[in-house]
Ligand binder design. Structure first.
Ligand SMILES: [Zn+2]
Length: 248
């Protein structure tokens, strides 16, 4: 018997300026497919995705509504597919990394950075696979635009530590800023592109470690070293988590 999807994975609400709802649904479905491929699982509840074109930034709300996660995007046009993918992939990474299970701790900057990396990784996959997705018929040349968009992202154009020693020096001078504010996009982008280049682009199995974040009380970790040890333990000291931690 074939698997029947009894519950829709998402609903779309809000203002998707200029877009045909059917096409937006196909695009969002493609993003879900790619993210599910990374984490090797589906989310445990559906997602209500609302677009607010004039909002300052997208957000994954902590509150559950009608049994659903709530993700608010801030995409200026429903026809800006790359921006939709970029924002949605980031927020779906929060949902997949148990964002609401341990909140307000000072290591949230790592989750933020990994969510930035998820946007990059999803766009890279989409750029490669565009012609094989359900979106191809709506934009036969759009795969090239996706590839160009990835290259233009600030996180891909910013500072890239060339090795672990360069990263350690960068980290020492930025750790207090990161721990004081988890969302400094320029800093998140450095961690994101560095980890993507060195680990996740070559070892996609590392995504399962991101799926283990926040599953312990992160407030008990008084230092980043202790936080990393808790993460290592949560992942059962796996090859993948050790590969990531070698670079942090
Ligand atoms: Zn975020």
């Amino acid at each position: 018997m074939q698997d029947v999807e009894l519950v829709e994975r998402f609903s779309i609400l809000g203002d998707w300026k200029g877009a045909t709802p059917k096409v937006t649904r196909v695009l969002i479905g493609v993003v879900f497919d790619i993210v599910e491929g990374f984490f090797g699982k589906k989310l445990d509840r559906p997602v209500l995705i609302t677009n607010y074109p004039s909002a300052d930034h997208p957000v994954a709300c902590y509150a559950i509504k009608d049994g659903c996660y709530q993700v608010n995007l801030s995409v200026s046009s429903g026809l800006n597919w790359c921006q939709i993918v970029y924002q949605l992939a980031h927020e779906l990474c929060h949902l997949n990394s148990n964002y609401a299970e341990s909140v307000g701790h000072k290591y949230k900057w790592l989750e933020e950075s990994l969510c930035e990396m998820c946007s990059v990784a999803v766009l890279v996959v989409l750029g490669k696979r565009w012609d094989k997705t359900g979106m191809y018929k709506y934009g036969r040349k759009y795969g090239a635009s996706v590839r160009k968009y990835v290259e233009s992202l600030p996180s891909m154009k910013g500072y890239m530590p060339e090795n672990t020693s360069a990263y350690a020096i960068w980290f020492d001078s930025n750790v207090s800023a990161l721990e004081g504010n988890s969302e400094i996009r320029e800093l998140n982008g450095v961690v994101a592109s560095y980890l993507y280049k060195n680990v996740f682009s070559v070892c996609p199995a590392a995504w399962c470690c991101v799926g283990a974040l926040n599953k312990w009380d992160c407030h008990q970790d008084l230092t980043f070293t202790s936080y990393k040890e808790s993460w290592r333990e949560q992942c059962g000291d796996s090859v993948e988590v050790n590969e990531i931690l070698n670079f942090l």
